[in-house]
Write a new protein. Structure first.
Length: 194
């Protein structure tokens, strides 16, 4: 039996990022459920701030094209974001903006946000766990980019105290939510296996 390919990325490239820690925990959970998981960092895909003049003069950055190809090779994508000023961070928005440009897509013009399943989650040191970032990210993915995003999500509050020494979640309720998100993503992504 083939297992779905799932890409995991955090919306922060900061060392010690809580969203990266949650992404690592969710990656481990999916690997234990026999998904073929690849976790990346956006630090490996540097891009300038999106500018239409820059796009016209120099084209789409190679990093955006590489990410598009990587997305297109998956059946599922998990994005874990921090919350910056009640929204998701500029690094993630800039990445999505560049990836959405026609010059980033393959010759057939395939949208890297369609024909695969997305899940979103967040980690924050605040009491809301990044729910405002998730509320901002969902419409960008669904309405702006045409992605299908599952309704389950983790909004990990007090992330600075949420992880044990092994990188897992201390709170059983949060761990249960993490399992629910990862299992639903795997199940839905499995439908896209060709």
């Amino acid at each position: 039996m083939r297992h779905p390919r799932i890409l995991v990325l955090a919306g922060s490239a900061r060392a010690g990022s809580f969203s990266a820690k949650l992404a690592a925990a969710m990656t481990k959970e999916m690997a234990l459920a026999d998904a073929e998981v690849t976790r990346i960092t956006l630090a490996d895909y540097p891009m300038p701030i999106y500018d239409g003049d820059l796009e016209r003069d120099k084209g789409v950055p190679e990093a955006a094209k590489k990410l598009v190809r990587l997305f297109q090779a998956q059946q599922g994508v998990l994005i874990v974001t921090p919350e910056h000023n009640a929204c998701f961070p500029a690094l993630l928005k800039n990445t999505l903006d560049w990836m959405s440009r026609p010059g980033a897509q393959d010759r057939a013009g395939n949208n890297p946000f369609q024909n695969r399943i997305f899940a979103v989650s967040a980690a924050s040191t605040g009491q809301l766990g990044g729910t405002r970032a998730l509320a901002a990210l969902r419409p960008v993915l669904e309405l702006g980019l045409g992605a299908l995003v599952i309704p389950e999500q983790v909004a990990l509050a007090r992330a600075d105290k949420a992880f044990n020494a092994a990188g897992g979640l201390c709170d059983m309720q949060s761990a249960g939510l993490m399992r629910a998100v990862t299992r639903r993503l795997i199940d839905e992504a499995s439908r896209y296996l060709s």
